[in-house]
Design a protein around this ligand. Sequence first.
Ligand code: AMP
Ligand code: ZN
Length: 440
Amino acid sequence: MYWQKELETMEDARIRRLQLKRLRETVRAASRSTFYRERFQQLGLSPEDICTLDSLRKLPFTTKNDLRQAYPFGFLAVPKGRVVRMHASTGTTGRSTVVFYTRADLDQWTDLVARCMVMTGARQGDVFQNMTGYGLFTGGLGFHYAAERLGIFTIPIGSGNTRRQIHMMREFETTVIHCIPSFALYMVHSLHAMGIDPRRDLPLRIAFLGAEPHSEHVRRKVEELYGVDAFNSYGLSEMYGPGVAFECPAKDGMHLWEDAYLPEIVDPGTGEPVEDGAKGELVLTSLGREAMPLLRYRTGDLTAFCTGECGCGRRHRRIRRIIGRADDMFIIKGVNIFPTQVEEALLGMEEVGNNYQIILKRKDYTDIMTVTVEVQERFFRGDPQEREQLRRRMAKRLREELLVTPDIELLKPGALESTGGKAVRVVDKRDIYEGGISDT
Ligand code: AMP
Ligand code: ZN
């Protein structure tokens, strides 16, 4: 089943022709933003110099840092009056990465997500419970409008509130869900506590799992526990949101919609393209986007192109399950966090010592983030109440900065003294990437 059959089944040569046409438009559009106008000037290039797909490599990469520096409007390529919506990437309350959409952008994005949903077999007659955050996060509204475009009964419940989710699923006979994988696993405890066996008692048949790294093992587990077909959903707010790449029923990699994105996979160290099928960092150029075209954007996500054709009939190239990050960003409960955010929040407090470490664990399928931090010696001599108060203040501060509440463990000065090498800021014990490339 297809949503845009012609585009989805287009053969390779036609995809490349369409990409080139859209690339040229995109480069021209991008050059209207302050950021790219200056960049082209610095390089002594004009948009017309990008006249083949390969010549795109004349341009340097665009990074998340560029987006932050140009906050809020440096990447906007249309007059502000043409913007109809904005979103932001998860995980920060401060200068975040914001993205803008014109009406046509929302239209293109909605079609891309609709394509993904139809590809997995979702259709009118289904009841779709959208269990991811609405608002600035792209996951909620991105799927919402696509489902409505398909004429699917949609429950915009948003994230959290497990018991309510379960009541809704039962009472409205939900057949399709969208959530982060760790929530799907977490919800199983509540289902069991409520005496519900999802396989027996719920008519669920499809789950879209996205927004955070997960393994093939986790997919299988969700499929077994719920009796559903689970599909990996990949996207990032900088590229609209969900709907960048998605699994088809073959579940052998995710089709990346090449009429809307021009993908490269590069060595994160050298920036040079890796051999076909080798692992590297995904770099994306948006095609056809109006409000905020991005050229050679470094996603930070590590993956590889799948080789060979897919049996489903779609020609768009597939990428492997994301197997890690090229930078130190990590994702907790679907929220992106950089260690520097933790650092900035903590080091602003005079009680804090020199070192901290973030430890990530998973218990009962829930992510637990513990921040261990050295504080002044006096907190270990005086009243333990004071230590407790400090702990609470820190948790609050981090919660305000990160939008996630960590556990805090206070340590004496020197407890985290490094061995001389580069400080290890994040210790991830969650084993989320197990079953990565070789397993898929
Ligand atoms: P955001 O911009 O807040 O939506 O976060 C986007 C990031 O979430 C991506 O760059 C990935 O690191 C991560 N992400 C999204 N979908 C997936 C997925 N299916 N598998 C692994 N990581 C994902
Ligand atoms: Zn396929």
